[in-house]
Design a protein around this ligand. Sequence first.
Ligand code: PLP
Length: 453
Amino acid sequence: MTQQTADFETVRDWDNGNFVHPWEGMAGIGRNDRTFTEGGEGIYVSTQTGERLIDGPAGMWCVQIGYGNTEIAEAMAQQARELAYFSPFNNANSTSARLAHEIAKRTPGDLNHVFFTTGGSTAVDSALRFIQFRNNVLGLPEKKIVISRQKAYHGSTYLAASMSGKERDQGWLDQASHLTHFLPNVNPYVRAEGQSIEAFLDEKVADLENAILQTGADKVAAFIAEPILCSGGVIVPPAGYHKRCLEVCRRHDVLYISDEVVTGFGRMGHWFASEEVFDIVPDIITCAKGMTSGYVPMGACIISDRLIAEVSGDKSRDATFSNGFTYSGHPVSAAAALKNIEIIEREGILEHVRDVTPHFEARLGALADLPLVGDARGKGLLGCVECVADASADDVLALDKTVGAMIDAHCQENGLILRPIINMCVFSPPLIISESQIDQMFDILEYGIRKTT
Ligand code: PLP
């Protein structure tokens, strides 16, 4: 049974009149024309107006196992019947404890301490607060600045948003700018003409080291990086970037937070991308989204044993990490996450992602030949097409800023929903997508781009 009890026009009025959406454009509030999704099955969502669309972005990079999975719904219902909730302050429950243990078994290195949160922003916030806490306990109160990067997105709580380097989002809200330093764009696509990829890599690693040296290593607490900058336009840094950045961090006692809110839980064919794909074991991993395949909110900040040891026992100075949420480790979310892990494992979804990725990347790469496309990039089941007015001149400025939305509209007419971001369209389909469905998706996308040209 669906919750819907009204006709389309009524629902649209409720939405326009009462629902303030994320990133609400205030010029259009109250009269927006949105896609109203109503149901879902596998990689498809259906709309209130009767269309059935391939979900290109998997909701918001999160519906790993696809829609309509009754097993996960049943696991949540059963947990809700048994124990929907109890306070995680001073109490424990078997479902959340088991989830912490199952996650720890799948993380790299000694990342064995799981701090549960309500989503990705609170996971990043908690990671940043934990590092502040650690440095206060260690008697390093000046070591607080966090280095982030242009085009990064780390969330919408005040501290996480302060680490987010998307220029467009910085204009209308304040940031804790005394705590941050942003490095220039790491996108190889925008490197100087004639610069080799190796030279670009050297430059980007040097950017980090110079920022630490100029700020003073005694003042820099951490470097935060998405393995791939997702909301910034699926920016894949040059090979070796993360490993070399970690070496820089280690040289200067700067901690490394790998923000795997998108890349975690299978998106790159592994539980986490940090070690398996990028060959690093960071100090903290943050995750959310795919953790429950989006069936219910949950996130986590996973802390290394080393960091915990530094601030615990005799060294703790009786300090309390005064950070946490009513819903930390919520049992219903934990039940969903445990079932999600079980399904991903039982159905061989990580292997499946690794199997279909070459085909996905080949179809993606071929889009670069289209006249409107300046760059078609991605890795794992993450993709982005970046449009330019004149591909030969990479003339992005002359382009209509709504080109991404235009492509999305043409694709939706033909059965594919995308996530448009100005002159880009990004997509990250449910991980269960088959090779023929990948073809279907790229056929429609190609049509949408050609129609927009
Ligand atoms: N970190 C990254 C890399 C993200 O992409 C996002 C959301 O897209 C977040 C953090 C914030 O997650 P949430 O929206 O669950 O708070």
